[in-house]
Structures are given as structure tokens and as C-alpha cells.
Design a protein around this ligand. Sequence first.
Ligand code: ZN
Length: 497
Amino acid sequence: MARIRILGLLRLLFVLFVLALIVLSGVMLYKTFRYKSRQLQVAPAADVSIDANAAAEHLAQAVRFQTVSYSDPAQFKSDEFTNLRSFLEQTYPRTHATLAHETVANYSLLYKWTGQDQSLKPILLMGHIDVVPVEPGTESQWTYPPFEGRIADGFVWGRGAMDDKAAVVGLLEAVEQLLREGYQPKRTVYLAFGHDEELGGPAGAAAIAELLHARGVEPEYVLDEGGAITDGILKGISRPVAVLGTAEKGFVSVELTVEGTGGHSSAPPPQTAIGILSGATSRLEAEQMPAAFKGVTQEMFDRVGPEMNFLPRMALANLWLTRPLVVRQLTAQRETNALLRTTTAATIFEGGVKDNVLPSRARAVVNFRILPGDSVDSVLEHVRRTINDPRVQIAPLKGTAMSEPSPVASTDALGFRVLERTIRESFPTVAVTPSLVIGATDSRHYTKVCPNVYRFAPLWLRVGDIERIHGTNERLSVENFAQIVKFYRQLIRNSDS
Ligand SMILES: [Zn+2]
């Protein structure tokens, strides 16, 4: 009798469980189907004919100037920068005849194309003319030498072909073409090309931003590099995605030092300076700053979620249930982890001189990339609290740039709307999303003249292409460069309407 009653109860529980599962999956499916695309619907841009080969030839020529930013200032080759400037003057005669242009901090370039309607705020389009060095020893791995500016196999090869001469030459091509067609912008257009972006822009971009600030220039929006079109790179989505940076992370390196007793190692204390320091760094790795699915990152997944494949789409459509799981998935991968939290990276560890001598000092540097919402101060506070050991001295590393996370640019402002529209018109298969840039760009210098700084260039990046930027075999397809020129052309026109 009792057995039968228990069996009945079990059966009832099972039925209830199945019913709950059916209801739950029904709700999840309903939410998934209601989770609609938020992509702007626009007609593709009318195709304008441009001479793709001539444009690519100009990019290839620009690559030949070795405008390298070295960390050792003695290696700076000023001739390469002035020769590139002369080349641009010769190649874009209309631009240089019509636009006011000046050099800032000797080598950076600033252009002003005065618009017809002075009541409209100007726009500012950025690029940088310097490039990173080719890592010594890797020269022979290049299919074509990095500064030969070769066009082969449908690509322009060489250092700077993507980062960032594609933007500089692409913008000038677009302006020259618009001038050839007799176009006069309503809104003033500034072009600003820094010469030391790869060193953090302390001379170039900083001086241009300062100059514009002094002149009272307040752009409607600023566009710099930082985001691109990713194709097959983001997991869980088959269509290409244009990641349009609306914010970038801050940067601080923290130096940890431990003073030891020194002396002979035959009668050591329980912990040497090295042991104390390694305890401190491993505590920082074990106790990372908290991850949160919020802000720009949440906005990014809100936009991209409806475009994703079924399972990730269902997970993102049902965050009321799946949030902890989604956060766990995203933090498990380093690329997405960096979007969710201030990251911790121990990058330098030094101490000790001889095997039988106690170290008198040990030193480590830990680099943090700061999420909007956190700050340099909150990072330092986290480091102190986590290490919690008075024997470890903690201070920001001297001599390196430190920056707070950027303000977050609006997705409702004209700049975002014009960029979104221009991307969708120029690349109809591409989904657009705001995103967080995890590296640092020159554009952070401009947040003092404009709250709406966006970071995007329409480089079409496939798997393996990100490594070419700053790496070996940097190249850009002739086709992609023509798209870039057309994109900037359309962007300048759209900014007027
Ligand atoms: Zn760059």
C-alpha cells in the first residue's frame, strides 16, 4: 500500500517535472522567436566607379616610406615622414589646393575642408602615418619585403597596408575624388593624421587635440581606427560583423617591489623577497576584478545576439535565465573575458642575482586594462586589498602612460547613426554593433574636444588577419581598399544629410 503511494507520488513529480520543462522550453523558444534583428534597414549605396588599381598603387607607394615609430627616439627617421608628406601633396593636388593644411608637432598633419554651413558642427576623421617596426629576425618570413610596397596576388603587401595607411590614403583618395566631382561639404571636415600613434600619440594626436581645443573646435563626432569588419572571427555567428568601437579600455601598470634581507642563502628566512612577491602576483591572478555583463558589452550582445546561430541566440534571448551561464562561457575565453572585466596580466618579474645569495630585492609589473566603470584608483585599491601584505610596496609604474577608460560614445548621436547607416549601405551583408575596444588608440586624446568618439575602419578581417596587424605579412586586398575609399566618400556625404 505504502509502496504504491510512493510510486504514485514519484509519477506525479515526474509528470510535473516534464510539464515544467515543456513550459520552460516554450517560454525560451517564444523569447527566441521574439528576439528580432535590430539592424538598420537601408538600400545599398549606389555603386560609384573608382579606379581600384590606381588607388591601390597609391597605398603601395605610401607603404614604401619607412615612417616607423621606434621606442628609441634616436632611431626616428624624419626624412621618411617629410617625404611621405611631399608624396601626399603631389598625389592629391586638389586636396592640397582646396583644404587648409598644416603640420602639427613637426610631422603630424591636419587638414580643414571648410563646409558651406558654419552653423553645423564639423566632423573629424583620424588616421596615423606612423607604423610599428618589423620585428628583427622576422624579415625573411615576409612573402614580400615589408617596405617594398608590392602589389601581388590581389593584395597590397607591407607594413602599414592595414594599420593605418589604409585609412590615411583612403581618406585622401575619397576627398580628392569628391573634389574632382565638384562636391562641397555642408559640414566642415577635419582630417587629422598623427605621427606617433604607435607610441601612444604623446606628441602628435595630443598636440592636434590641444590645438583644436584652443581654437574652440567641437566636432559633432570623431572617427578613429579600432574597430573593423570581422568575418568568421566572432564565435557563434556566421554573418560578418562590423564592430564599431564606442569606448576603449583604460590602462595602468602597477609595480610591486619587495625588499629582502640579502646575505648568504645557507640560513634563509621562511620566505625570500622572491617568495613573497610570487605570492602577491598569484593572489592577483587568482582573485581577478569582477566580471560583469553590462554597459557597452551588454549593448554589443544585444545587437549581435539576434544575428547569431540558434543556440547562442536562444541563450542571449533568455538572459533572465541564462545570464550566469553566458557570463561563465564568455569569461572562459580570453578575447571575450577582456570585454567583461578589467584584466590582470603579470608582465615583468625580476629578482635575485646568484644561486647562493638571498635576493635583496624582487620586482614585478602587472598590467591592467581597465573596463569603463572601473578606474586607475579602483584598480590600485583592488591590488592593495588583494595582496594585503605590508611587505609588498605597490605603486603605478613610472614612465609609462596611464589612462582612465574612455567615456562611452552615444549610440543615439548623429555620429553613430551616420556610421551605422554608411556601413549598412556600403556592406549590406554586414551586421553593425557598438563595441568596446580592448587596446588603446590615439582617439583617447580627442575625448576632451568631443564626447562622441567612434573607432572603426572598414578593414575586412578574416581568420588570421588580426595577427598580420603589427605582425608578419601585413596586407590589404585591392578590392577591400576600393571599398574603404568608397566608404569614406559615402561617410562624408552622409554626414551632410
Ligand atoms: Zn593603428
